[in-house]
Design a protein around this ligand. Sequence first.
Ligand SMILES: [Zn+2]
Length: 47
Amino acid sequence: MARDPVCGMKVTEKKATGSSVYLSATYFFCSPNCKTEFDRNPSRYVK
Ligand SMILES: [Zn+2]
């Protein structure tokens, strides 16, 4: 189980609609919108 860093929803890797790799970690997203938002400004969502 992974957590969508944009909206905070829990997503399973199977159900995730997208993923991004940032600083050697993989993040999963509940929707393409969340992935787009993350890709636009990843440092805002990763501490
Ligand atoms: Zn989301």
